[in-house]
Design a protein around this ligand. Structure first.
Ligand code: ADP
Ligand code: ASP
Ligand code: MG
Length: 417
């Protein structure tokens, strides 16, 4: 008898018919002899709708109240799913995140899980129940409700799987698995049979919504067997594991993109020690995550530098920079929103020259200019204008031999990153 965690995303339970299909799938798994813990997200667009609703009353709601509001979405799903399973003649019990023993740090809107006490889960399993836990939520030591960040139900599922030492954590979603890029953007995207934790972590951080980055981190650190598959078909999904087999000669596993990037530039900054620490320290203190940073050459003791932030943080970042003008003199701060970060990811690229050059060539041959670049051992990211993103991704997909399994990428000799 296996102990398994099955997680169903919002689109998988978006309508009564889909809820029934999911309930049937869960019951089938239990009838096949498994002990089953289920994690569900809010139905369809519920979370977005709740955010829109709050904005009508307060454009800047307190984070604590926002968490209180958003966690209701998952509570609706767990109750309805449990009722649906009862209607099929089987036993199920729905639990909130805190009833399932999920403790988090005292941070609203993107809390990290600090501890899971799974006693209640085991008690309910022992009583013969399918245990249905609300994703995306937890509670602080002081008894306040928190959420784990958008897409955080994946993290609930993997964290529970680690806590109960489940045999497998299955993430059911609206696509067949992890693809070489978002299959909704590039039709020739290919499903990957397997991908390493490290590559998946990069893709998730770089914008591939199919898995929440923290879920992948959790899976890697706790060695959770993770499978991503469709809730609509029986097709085999993608296995996320420590080491994944690469097709021969293919160095790029996947392409991800983030469509919500803003670039902030600070011009004419005094080139003195401590300036960068002051700028980025102030941004960090305001809770603004900075991504790519580029400093251009120093002229007459003055430097220009640019960095990217999430488009949501653009205005606040500019305010923070203007706020430190007295300590860090500069001549101008400018910002540009609506940019995209497109990234290629693959564990094999570190030992293959020409990978970055191929990317730059594919992008520039479309007449698109590259505004910023950042690299690590397993990824290259370029900041570009929002259009024509689809063409850029499609062209990269072809350039790296991802359109067909047979094609292989051959790196040029010029680039030895
Ligand atoms: P869920 O509601 O099940 O959590 P999400 O919308 O969060 O579903 O994630 C699934 C979506 O992720 C897919 O519909 C797809 O558009 C998107 N996606 C982005 N990149 C990828 C990728 N590389 N592979 C598969 N899906 C991806
Ligand atoms: N319902 C939450 C969201 O929309 C959590 C999730 O779906 O994983 O972000
Ligand atoms: Mg998701």
């Amino acid at each position: 008898m296996s102990l398994i965690v099955m997680k169903f995303g919002g689109s998988s339970v978006g309508t009564p018919e889909r809820m029934q299909r999911v309930a049937k799938r869960i019951v089938d798994s239990q009838l096949a002899g498994n002990r089953v813990i289920v994690v569900v997200s809010a139905m369809g667009d519920t979370t977005d709708d709740l955010i829109d609703q709050s904005k009508l009353l307060n454009p800047n709601p307190p984070a604590r109240e926002m968490d209180m509001l958003l966690t209701t979405g998952e509570q609706i799903s767990v109750a309805l799913l449990s009722m649906t399973i009862h209607q099929l003649g089987h036993q199920a019990v729905s639990l909130t995140g805190w009833q399932a023993g999920i403790r988090t740090e005292a941070v609203h809107s993107k809390a990290k899980i600090t501890d899971i006490r799974p006693d209640r889960l085991f008690k309910e399993l022992d009583a013969g129940n399918v245990v249905i836990v609300a994703g995306f939520q937890g509670m602080t030591e002081d008894g306040d409700i928190t959420t784990l960040g958008r897409g955080g139900s994946d993290t609930t599922a993997v964290a529970l799987a680690a806590a109960v030492k489940a045999d497998v954590c299955e993430i059911y979603t609206d696509v067949d698995g992890v693809y070489s890029t978002d299959p909704r953007v590039v039709k020739v995207a290919r499903k990957l049979n397997e991908i390493s934790y490290d590559e998946m972590l990069e893709l998730a951080h770089l914008g591939a919504a199919v898995l929440h980055p923290r879920a992948v981190e959790y899976a890697k650190h706790n060695n959770v067997k993770l499978v991503v598959r469709s809730s609509f078909t029986q097709n085999e999904g993608t296995s996320v594991k420590e080491e994944a087999v690469m097709e021969q000669g293919v160095v790029v596993r996947g392409i991800a993109f983030d469509k919500n990037v803003a670039r902030i530039s600070i011009l004419g900054v005094e080139d003195e020690p401590g300036v960068l620490a002051n700028v980025f320290g102030s941004l960090a203190n305001s809770g603004i995550d900075v991504d790519v940073i580029v400093q251009s050459g120093v002229k007459s003791g003055k430097a220009d530098f640019s960095f990217t932030v999430s488009g949501d943080d653009e205005a606040r970042a500019v305010d923070v920079i203007n706020g430190i003008r007295a300590e860090v003199p500069f001549s101008e701060v400018t910002s540009e929103a609506g940019l995209v970060k497109v990234s290629i990811v693959g564990a094999g690229m570190v030992s293959n020259p020409g990978v970055a050059a191929t990317m730059f060539k594919a992008i520039s041959s479309l007449g698109v200019s590259i505004k910023m670049v950042s690299t690590s051992e397993i990824k290259v990211s370029c900041i570009i204008a929002a259009e024509p993103l689809q063409e850029v991704v499609r062209s990269l997909h072809t350039a790296y031999g991802l359109d067909t399994a047979e094609q292989v990428f051959v790196g040029g000799p010029q680039d030895r990153r």
